[in-house]
Design a protein around this ligand. Structure first.
Ligand code: F6R
Length: 606
């Protein structure tokens, strides 16, 4: 999604802006640009494509200045083009923006009637013209920014550079992330701490409706009424040392990191001597909880779905799982005795954040499970558990998902044990099982070459099905999502038992099905589904353990043997297997694995 940066200092800041933009590349974007202040005007350079192209353009057409802003754009309003890319300018102000102005059509109509001319298809131009409108009415820059913001609906953040006010930049946050970074001789604004990580770890996090004013030696943060806020300066933990190392892609690096990540989570949250699970600052009284409601998007939603099986298996409470974009606008009563859990790798996903805001406003208990410590979701939720996966750069989430699963397993055990739903010895035995997971994942990864046959068998197909049952059903959904997003194959995840209710009509010789068949209490049921696919000539790519492969291999075109697994480890190791399939297929197809088309890492628009 769009990334925004700003810098003002006592030196030329163009290279700093470019570095920040390189650090924002992981979010996904299709065009980029920078603007620097020049006397009473600005110089702008914009490209469609990567930051490297922007850097080359600046080499050919140099700019320099002590005050500037920059942007990576993920197109929403208007196609990716130089015309629509940011910074967007009028004679008074130049803007970079992240998010969506929901009422932009009405505002645009009003501004056109007032004589403003629109040169782009973006909603961003509305911000620039509104600010100019108020500036022309005599408002000072701060008031022009806050007046304009008061007119706009939606979730957004923007940074403005006023041409007539040298060496000052203004940032405004309303729903989308924005931070101030305190450097040695430069002050920064950015979408996240990763953007600024090359220059500073000293970060001030803006809250909604706060406006930051930066000059080359200081910063000031005010609420929308102009009252100055005294904000804590925090040490950023995110973003340092994210390098690709010896790997060809971040996705592979992140897949391979999973054994260490899973082990780290256990060390962090379990005290070895007593087998006690402790999440710092999470002191929820679980005895009063009548049901658990989990809200998330994409892969995080599938992690939540796996957890719903685990929690209901261990604890006599109902668990519901909602897609955040549906949850936030559905009529429903927020229940005071429910625990609402919000799961997000980035902690910035706009739909999940909007849902959290809705529940928070009702006063119900909210717990976030996020990977980015200082993210908006982590800061807004009443309680927070960090997934400890480390920075995830590849757009397709891998280690962050298995980290979510591990944290959710621990959460389920802690909740069950604190309510007396499981005994201490049951708790200990489950923790001992969890301590094996990292080795099991390692075993999958050292055998990754054996996945090549499955990958090459499906790489040339346009349509692929995934089936799974029980807590492996969400993994089938996750496998299909991973394959869709990085290899652009139409892939569907289906509950194995649901196949016969319609989707089996898709089965033919040209439609392979990845059968997730852990050798557990549901295995024989999955065999039935596999048989009905085989009978119709559908090629089967089998994922199972030794015992399962022995029974099913005669039906399978290819198989991959997974280690024998138990209650918690099954969805985790099958997740790793489907990640490998998606990765290998994308590589075979020669696609941009880490930055698939049209996708963004941090989805900060609703
Ligand atoms: C899939 C993927 C997305 C995210 C989704 C939610 O590989 O990465 O589906 O899971 O956009 O993002 P977070 O977890 O950051 O809220």
């Amino acid at each position: 999604m769009c990334g925004i940066v700003g810098a003002v200092g006592n030196k030329d800041i163009v290279n700093d802006l470019l570095t920040c933009l390189y650090n924002l590349e992981y979010r996904g974007y299709d065009s980029a640009g920078v603007a620097v202040q020049l006397d009473n005007s600005v110089e702008i350079r914009k490209v469609v494509g990567g930051i490297k192209s922007l850097e080359n353009l600046i080499k050919n057409e140099p700019i320099s200045g002590r005050c500037g802003i920059g942007h990576t754009r993920w197109a929403t309003h208007g196609a990716p083009s130089v015309r629509n890319s940011h910074p967007i300018s009028n004679p008074t102000v130049t803007i970079v923006h992240n998010g969506i102005i929901d009422n932009y059509t009405a505002l645009k109509t009003e501004l056109i009637a007032l004589g403003f001319e629109f040169k782009t298809d973006t909603d961003t131009e509305v911000i620039a013209h509104l600010i100019e409108l108020y500036a022309k009415k005599g408002y000072d820059p701060f008031d022009a920014v806050t007046e304009a913001a008061a007119r706009m609906d939606g979730l957004y953040a923007f940074v403005a550079l006023f041409h007539a006010h040298e060496n000052k930049i203004f940032g405004y946050k309303h729903g989308a992330p924005l931070i101030v970074g305190i450097g040695n001789d430069v002050m920064y604004l950015g979408s996240d701490a990763i953007a600024l990580s090359a220059f500073t770890k000293k970060i001030v996090y803006l809250e909604d409706n706060e406006c930051a004013l930066l000059d080359n030696i200081s910063y000031k943060i005010c609420d929308e009424h102009g009252n100055e806020k005294n904000k804590e300066v925090r040490e950023a933990v995110a973003g340092s040392g994210v390098s690709i190392g010896k790997f060809p892609h971040f996705m592979l690096k992140e897949i391979m990191e999973q054994p260490q990540v899973l082990a780290r989570i256990l060390t962090k949250y379990i005290s070895d001597s007593s087998y006690k699970i402790t999440f710092p600052n999470v002191d929820i009284d679980y005895t009063s909880i009548t049901s658990v409601k989990i809200v998330a998007c994409g892969s995080s939603y599938y992690s939540a779905s796996v957890a719903s099986y685990w929690i209901e298996d261990l604890i006599p409470v109902n668990v519901s799982v909602d897609i955040a974009s549906e949850f936030c606008y559905r009529s429903q009563n927020i229940c005071p005795n429910c625990l609402y859990i919000f799961i997000s790798q980035s902690g910035e996903t706009a739909d999940t954040l909007a849902s959290l805001k809705r529940v928070s406003a009702s006063g119900a208990k909210t717990l976030s499970i996020v990977n980015v410590e200082e993210s908006s979701i982590a800061r807004l939720a009443q309680y927070n558990i960090l997934t400890q996966a480390g920075a995830e750069i590849s757009v397709a989430s891998t280690k962050a998902c298995t980290a979510q699963l591990m944290v959710l397993a621990l959460f389920a055990l802690q909740m069950a044990s604190s309510r007396g739903d499981i005994t201490d010895s049951e708790l200990k035995s489950k923790i001992l099982q969890l301590q094996q997971v990292s080795d099991l994942v390692y075993e999958v990864l050292v055998n990754e070459k054996k996945m090549d046959d499955i990958a090459s068998s499906i790489a040339n197909h346009d349509r692929v099905l995934f089936i799974g049952r029980g807590d492996t059903y969400p993994v089938a959904l996750e496998g299909a999502l991973k394959l869709r997003e990085i290899s652009y194959i139409t892939a569907m995840g289906i509950a194995a038992g649901e196949l016969k209710h319609g989707t089996i009509a898709l089965v033919d010789e040209g439609t392979p099905t990845i059968v997730l068949a852990p050798y557990n209490n549901l295995f024989s049921k999955t065999v039935g589904s596999a048989q009905s696919i085989h009978a119709r000539g559908g090629p089967i790519e089998l994922l199972s353990s030794d015992a399962g492969v022995e029974q099913l291999s005669s039906m399978a075109r290819n198989f991959f043997i997974l280690p024998h697994s138990d209650f918690f480890s099954t969805p985790i190791i099958y997740s790793v297997a489907v990640q490998l399939i998606a990765y290998k297929v994308a590589v075979l197809k020669g696609l941009n694995v880490d930055k698939p088309r049209n996708l963004a890492k941090s989805v900060t628009v609703e």
